[in-house]
Design a protein around this ligand. Structure first.
Ligand code: HEC
Length: 154
């Protein structure tokens, strides 16, 4: 057998084997009354740009069924849900909601939705108007954020 064939068999076997590593994609059941209740235009933005990683209603793309892509997608969703899960928003206490609104205010101007996600889902990118609409929804004033002793980027 040629080296090429042996390598080919090796890689195909390795690819098939890693598919067996258990790494669950899940959409946990949640009580609909716990879902965030925002005005329809804000809900539409969250659903389009954030829900895949920050809710229990992830639309799993086909490549998320295949390792190794699966590991990265599942990891982002698990971490994303741990930070902020719009499907469980009403179970958070007021302090956590306030803190999260502040983080959302900042995140839409910086890191969210994740850049790698936007590459695969260009429709998830937020326009400047949508960022402003979300910031307004948080009820936080720009000056409040900017005048913190520890300055955040806008
Ligand atoms: C592709 C998955 C993905 C999408 C889509 C996404 N997020 Fe995230 N989000 C994450 C991950 C992963 C983290 C954890 C922080 C980190 O490690 O970067 C996070 C963290 C956060 C945090 C808290 C911590 C921080 O970094 O600010 C907020 C707030 C947030 N996201 C808001 C949003 C909002 C609002 C949207 C939609 C406009 C969104 N995210 C879309 C994956 C995602």
């Amino acid at each position: 057998m040629s080296v090429g064939k042996i390598l080919g068999i090796f890689f195909i076997s390795a690819f098939l084997l890693v598919q067996l590593i258990p790494y669950e994609r899940s959409n946990p059941k949640s009580d609909p009354s716990q879902e965030i209740d925002a005005p329809p235009e804000i809900m539409a933005i969250f659903k389009r740009s954030c829900y895949d990683c920050h809710s229990n209603e992830t639309r799993w793309p086909w490549y998320s069924a295949v390792a190794p892509a699966k590991w990265f997608v599942v990891r982002d969703v698990n971490i994303g849900r741990r930070w902020l899960n719009f499907s469980e928003w009403n179970s958070y206490d007021e302090k956590r909601k306030a803190k999260l609104k502040e983080m959302i205010f900042i995140a839409v101007g910086l890191a969210m939705p994740l850049g790698t996600y936007v590459k695969a889902h260009p429709e998830a990118a937020l326009s400047e108007e949508e960022k402003d609409a979300i910031r307004e929804w948080t009820g936080i004033k720009v000056e409040e954020i900017m005048n913190r002793p520890k300055r955040h980027l806008y």
